[in-house]
Design a protein around this ligand. Structure first.
Ligand SMILES: [Zn+2]
Length: 133
């Protein structure tokens, strides 16, 4: 519970800094690494929409930049009842997580729903697909 509170606070702080002038849909994310460190990210939009990045991608970049490679948990927060990572971000989370990695969805009031990665992405594309080719 304490960890989820820290993740929520970190993600919410990142969300406050989100750059979303076009959609006005600010999202924050926070990752707890397997070592227990927390890394945050926010969405960063661009006038050329495909150039924008999701909050999860920012948090993953911070994780990797710090030399870590394992996601234990990730929390995403937005002004909606059940924000979930997009398909692209689920694949990115899978690269550094496991099927049992916890994915928490939070609203601005701190109401949190928890899923496992395998619930959200049951048929992940992984390295086995390439190695068996
Ligand atoms: Zn995404």
């Amino acid at each position: 519970m304490k960890d989820k509170t820290l993740l929520f606070q970190s993600a919410l702080q990142c969300r406050n800094n989100a750059y979303a002038p076009y959609s006005e849909f600010k999202v924050g994310a926070a990752i707890k690494s397997s070592c227990g460190k927390i890394f945050g990210g926010c969405n960063v939009e661009n006038i050329s929409y495909p150039c924008g990045t999701c909050a999860e991608a920012g948090a993953i970049s911070a994780l990797i930049a710090d030399g870590e490679t394992a996601i234990a948990e990730i929390l995403i927060v937005a002004d909606t009842a059940n924000i979930l990572p997009c398909g692209n971000c689920l694949q990115k989370i899978a690269e550094f997580g496991t099927p049992d990695t916890l994915v928490h969805s939070a609203d601005l009031n701190g109401n949190i729903k928890t899923y496992t990665l395998k619930q959200l992405l049951p048929n992940v594309f992984d390295a086995k697909e390439i190695k068996n080719a």
